[in-house]
Design a protein around this ligand. Sequence first.
Ligand SMILES: C[S@@+](CC[C@H](N)C(=O)[O-])C[C@H]1O[C@@H](n2cnc3c(N)ncnc32)[C@H](O)[C@@H]1O
Length: 176
Amino acid sequence: MGFDHTTVMPGEILFYQNLKPGAVCVDGTLGGAGHARATLEAILPDGLLIGIDQDLDAISHARNVLQPFEQNILLIHDNFSHISTILEQHDIGRVDSIVLDLGFSFNQITQANRGFSFNRDEPLDMRMDTRQNMTADIIVNTLSQETLADLFFPTEKSDFPVESPGPLSGNGRITP
Ligand SMILES: C[S@@+](CC[C@H](N)C(=O)[O-])C[C@H]1O[C@@H](n2cnc3c(N)ncnc32)[C@H](O)[C@@H]1O
């Protein structure tokens, strides 16, 4: 399967990491693996890149395109919020850089049946990690207005008026 994503600001990502050969780096949002590849090229021959993504498609794609660097990569299908546990499990005591390119990939928007599309009429899924049960459909159509307000505005509890945007479709359910 192809993977459609253009890596943004690769020069800046390299500049600010200030990498040396042998460095140990984390890319917590592998996506199309463009930043990962640029990072790897800067830390060869004995550097290590720990690549994390919660989307299995991104991990499979990275396994393919980063194959020439297989001695220097550790690819993990997980949420980067578990980064300290991941490093601990692999006996990695320190890292030299961490890159987080937050958001979704173009691949996730364009792929059918992921529920990220702005154009297609399909179930409101939006799970980056499809092992999770909670889809966007369940969140916006079953949680109470108060719970949604707490989720979207966790620090503004006392000030924020609890108002639902209301159903976006005629049948009372929020749909794409
Ligand atoms: C903008 S893309 C990254 C593109 C990548 N830097 C490149 O060079 O192609 C964002 C990626 O981060 C992943 N992602 C978003 N939130 C995540 C999280 N909390 N944990 C792990 N991966 C996450 C998404 O699945 C997506 O593949």
